[in-house]
Design a protein around this ligand. Structure first.
Ligand code: IMP
Length: 197
């Protein structure tokens, strides 16, 4: 089969590594850097769906290359679904992953109900047409950081049915069960089905 090319609308090296692992050998996954598009991509909508579409549409309009974008939110029950769509900048503009984790741990200080869910929406634009895919993984926010792999809230998120946080898991294990892994696997299944039509 001829290798297909898809542009992934991200500047996040962790995400890029994850997606390349999931995509395997059938697809060449380009990053924004690979196409010299290193401008800030607008992400101003109030929903994950809205942001994923906005990012993918922006990149498609700039490059004309079939592409996809993701947007993820960590939804914590005891915080009424926060940080949700604001997960990247929860502790304020320009904050670090560590600042966000600290804020969440502070807000959950003394709280026993620690259920949370990572939700990811991926928007694929194929020949100008939008397709949406969603992935969710339920889990809980543990009381102290554990593990040093991954990024974002990984050190404090322990998926249900597992004794390790995302930051303690080998990449292939996280990718097999994660919100983004699920959404992107749906995307590649969709592409495979299109090819066999
Ligand atoms: P994004 O808008 O999809 O980049 O996601 C927003 C924020 O959610 C990121 O800045 C991270 O803090 C967090 N996030 C997204 N995906 C993950 C993940 O796989 N693990 C941990 N945190 C994540």
């Amino acid at each position: 089969m001829k290798k297909r090319t898809l542009l992934f609308a991200t500047n996040n090296p962790h995400k890029l590594r994850e997606i390349r692992e999931i995509a395997g050998n059938d697809y060449q996954i380009l990053s924004l850097k690979d196409v010299n598009l290193e401008t800030d991509i607008p992400e101003t909508r109030e929903t994950l769906e809205g942001n994923a579409i906005q990012k993918a549409r922006f990149v498609y309009d700039q490059t004309g290359i079939n592409c996809f974008a993701d947007d993820t939110g960590l939804e914590i029950d005891a915080l009424d679904g926060r940080p949700g769509v604001y997960s990247a900048r929860y502790a304020g503009e320009g904050c670090s992953f560590d600042d966000n984790v600290r804020k969440v741990l502070e807000e959950l200080d003394g709280v026993d109900h620690r259920k949370a869910c990572f939700r990811c929406v991926v928007c694929l634009i194929l020949d100008g047409k939008e397709h949406l895919f969603e992935g969710r993984i339920p889990g809980e926010i543990i009381r102290e950081r554990r593990g040093s792999d991954g990024f974002g809230y990984d050190p404090v998120f322990q998926p249900d049915g597992h004794s390790q946080t995302f930051a303690e898991m080998p990449a292939h294990l996280k990718n097999g069960i994660s919100h983004r892994g699920i959404a992107v696997s749906k995307l590649f299944r969709f592409l495979k089905n299109m090819e066999h039509r």
